[in-house]
Design a binder for this molecule. Structure first.
Ligand code: THU
Length: 125
């Protein structure tokens, strides 16, 4: 899988973000071990705490379609302000993919990390 394809998918879906409160539109594209791409955007709510981040939207879509093995994630926001997945998304992603490779694109800046680096000791039952 070409990393650029995953980034483009994240960029495209960021246009669907519903972010009237923060104005911060995010897109995520998750690559499954079987080679499929699932995308998601952030969906905000008037009751702010009910907001769903782009990463969890993509993951929940994928799991709902029977996918449980993930190898790579790209996330995109057009803002040049560098961002990282929130703590909730790190934990939710870790449930399925401790070794996930993550590419974060913030406008013109690109950062590559692993989920292990972002969340070294996730909670597991
Ligand atoms: N957000 C994401 O969707 N993903 C991230 O990695 C960081 C934050 C969203 C949540 C909220 O809608 C907006 O960005 C501002 O926090």
């Amino acid at each position: 899988m070409n990393n650029q394809k995953l980034i483009e998918a994240a960029k495209k879906v960021s246009q669907e973000a519903y972010a009237p409160f923060s104005g911060f539109k995010v897109g995520a594209a998750l690559l499954t071990a079987s080679g499929k791409i699932f995308t998601g955007c952030n969906v905000e709510n008037s009751s702010y705490g009910l907001t769903n981040c782009a990463e969890r939207t993509a993951l929940f879509k994928a799991v709902s379609e029977g996918e449980k093995e993930f190898v790579e994630l790209s996330i995109y926001s057009e803002s040049d302000k560098v961002f990282y997945p929130c703590g909730a998304c790190r934990q939710v992603l870790a449930e399925f993919a401790d070794d996930l490779k993550i590419t974060i694109v913030s406008g013109s800046k690109t950062i590559m990390v692993t989920l292990k680096e972002l969340l070294p000791h996730s909670f597991k039952l």
